[in-house]
Write a protein that binds this ligand. Structure first.
Ligand code: ATP
Ligand code: MG
Length: 365
C-alpha cells in the first residue's frame, strides 16, 4: 500500500496540472487575455476525475451567471480524465489587484491608435435630437450580432444617454484606476452616466473635459475591439473637437433628418471633420418620411462627398425602445426602423489609413 500511494499522488497532480494549464488558457470575456497571463487562476485540486478550480474575480460577488464560470468549466471538462468540475471564486486580493492593473495598463492601447485593431466611428450631428444616440446604440448591437467586438463610448458628457438606451446603470468595475466597460448585449459601454447621480448636472469644461475623455480612452480596458462607436453631443463644440484630436484615425458618421435646416448644420460638423483630415464614412438620414421635409440625407452626402448609408423611418417603436432601455434591434428586430438600422450597420465602410498617413474611406460589399 505504501508503494501505491506516491503513484496515486503523481497521477492526481498530473490531472490537476493539466486542468490548470487548460484553465490558464481560457480568455477572460471582459479582459480579452488568458486567465493565466492575468494571474487569475487560483487553487486547482483533482480527486479521481473530480476537479475543483478556483478563479480569482475582480468583484466580491461574482454572479453564478458570470460567463467566465461556463468557460472555465468547459475548458476543465475538455481535459482527458475529468468527469466533474466545480468552479469556485475568490476575490482578488490587494497585491493581485495591483499586479493585474499593471498588466492591463501595459497591454492597453487607445482604440484606433497604432497597434489597436479597432475601427473608430464618431457619430455626430449638427442639431440635437436627430437620433445620434439611438443610431449608435442599434448599430452597436447589429455589429455585435455579426460577431464583431464592439465598444460604445458615450462622449456626450452633459447629455449622456447610453445608460438609458441600454437599460444599465451600474458603476463600472475598476482595478486600481483601470476601469472595465459595462458589458451588455455583447457590447462594451462606457459613459459618464455610470458615475454621476442622474439629477446632478455635469459642469465640466475645458481641461477637465479633455481629461475625462482621455481617461475614457486610455484608462478604460476596452480589450480587443473591432469597432468603437463614439456618441458625440450635437454641434461643433468642445467635445467633438477634442474627440477629433484624441482620435485622429476615427471616421465620422453624420446623422441628420431630411429637413434642410438640419442638413445645413450637419454639413458644418462634416466640414469640421474634413478640415481636420478625418474622413466622413457616411450619412445616416433619420426620421425619414415623418414630415421633416425630404432629401436632407442626399444633399448632405453630396456636400460631404460621402455615401448615404441608410434612411431610418420615423418609427414609434424606436422611441419606445429608447424609453424601455432595450435597443430596438433586440426588442423588435422586424420593426421598419430596426431593419433600416441593420442595413446601415451592414453598409458601414471600413476606413483604413492610407500609406501617406491620411485616412481614406474604403467601401466593402
Ligand atoms: N427614427 C425615429 N423614429 C422615432 N423616434 C425616434 C427616431 N430616432 C430617434 N427617435 C427619438 O428621438 C429622440 C432623440 O433621439 P436621440 O436621443 O437618439 O437623439 P440624439 O441626436 O442623440 O439627441 P441629443 O442631441 O440630445 O444627443 C428620442 O426620444 C428617440 O427615441
Ligand atoms: Mg444623444
Amino acid at each position: 500500500m505504501s508503494r501505491t500511494l506516491p503513484l496515486a499522488r503523481a497521477s492526481r497532480s498530473g490531472l490537476g496540472d493539466a486542468v490548470r494549464a487548460a484553465v490558464a488558457g481560457v480568455v477572460h470575456p471582459a479582459l480579452d487575455r488568458p486567465l493565466g497571463e492575468l494571474g487569475l487562476v487560483g487553487d486547482v485540486t483533482a480527486r479521481g476525475g473530480r476537479v475543483a478550480v478556483t478563479v480569482r474575480t475582480l468583484v466580491r460577488e461574482a454572479s453564478p451567471a458570470d460567463p467566465l464560470r461556463g468557460l472555465v468549466e468547459l475548458a476543465a471538462l475538455g481535459v482527458d480524465g475529468v468527469r466533474d468540475v466545480e468552479v469556485r471564486t475568490s476575490t482578488l486580493e490587494e497585491t493581485g489587484r495591483a499586479s493585474l492593473a499593471g498588466r492591463l495598463r501595459a497591454g492597453n492601447r487607445r482604440p484606433g491608435a497604432l497597434g489597436s485593431s479597432a475601427r473608430v466611428y464618431a457619430v455626430a450631428s449638427g442639431k440635437g435630437g436627430v437620433g445620434k444616440s439611438s443610431v449608435t446604440a442599434n448599430l452597436a448591437v447589429a455589429l455585435a450580432r455579426s460577431g464583431q467586438r464592439v465598444g460604445v463610448l458615450d462622449a456626450d458628457v452633459w447629455g449622456y444617454s447610453v445608460p438609458q438606451l441600454f437599460g444599465v446603470r451600474e458603476q463600472p468595475v475598476a482595478v486600481k484606476g483601470v476601469m472595465l466597460p459595462v458589458q451588455t448585449h455583447g457590447v462594451r459601454l462606457m459613459s459618464i452616466g455610470f458615475f454621476v447621480d442622474e439629477e446632478q448636472p455635469v459642469v465640466w469644461r475645458g481641461p477637465m473635459l479633455q481629461k475625462a475623455l482621455e481617461q475614457f480612452l486610455d484608462d478604460v480596458c476596452w480589450g480587443e475591439l473591432d469597432v468603437l462607436l463614439v456618441d458625440l453631443p450635437p454641434g461643433t463644440g468642445d467635445v467633438p473637437l477634442t474627440v477629433l484630436e484624441l482620435l485622429p484615425d476615427a471616421a465620422m458618421l453624420v446623422v441628420t433628418t431630411p429637413q434642410r435646416a438640419a442638413e445645413q448644420v450637419a454639413a458644418r460638423v462634416g466640414r469640421m471633420a474634413l478640415d481636420a483630415r478625418m474622413p466622413v464614412a457616411g450619412v445616416v438620414e433619420n426620421m425619414t418620411g415623418g414630415g421633416f421635409g425630404s432629401g436632407g440625407g442626399d444633399r448632405l452626402a453630396e456636400t460631404l462627398g460621402a455615401p448615404v448609408l441608410g434612411r431610418v423611418p420615423l418609427d414609434e417603436a424606436l422611441c419606445r425602445a429608447g424609453d424601455d432601455g432595450v435597443p430596438l434591434l433586440l426588442s423588435e428586430p422586424d420593426a421598419p426602423a430596426a431593419r433600416a438600422l441593420a442595413g446601415v450597420a451592414a453598409a458601414l465602410p471600413v476606413v483604413r489609413r492610407s500609406l501617406v498617413g491620411r485616412s481614406l474611406p474604403l467601401f466593402v460589399g
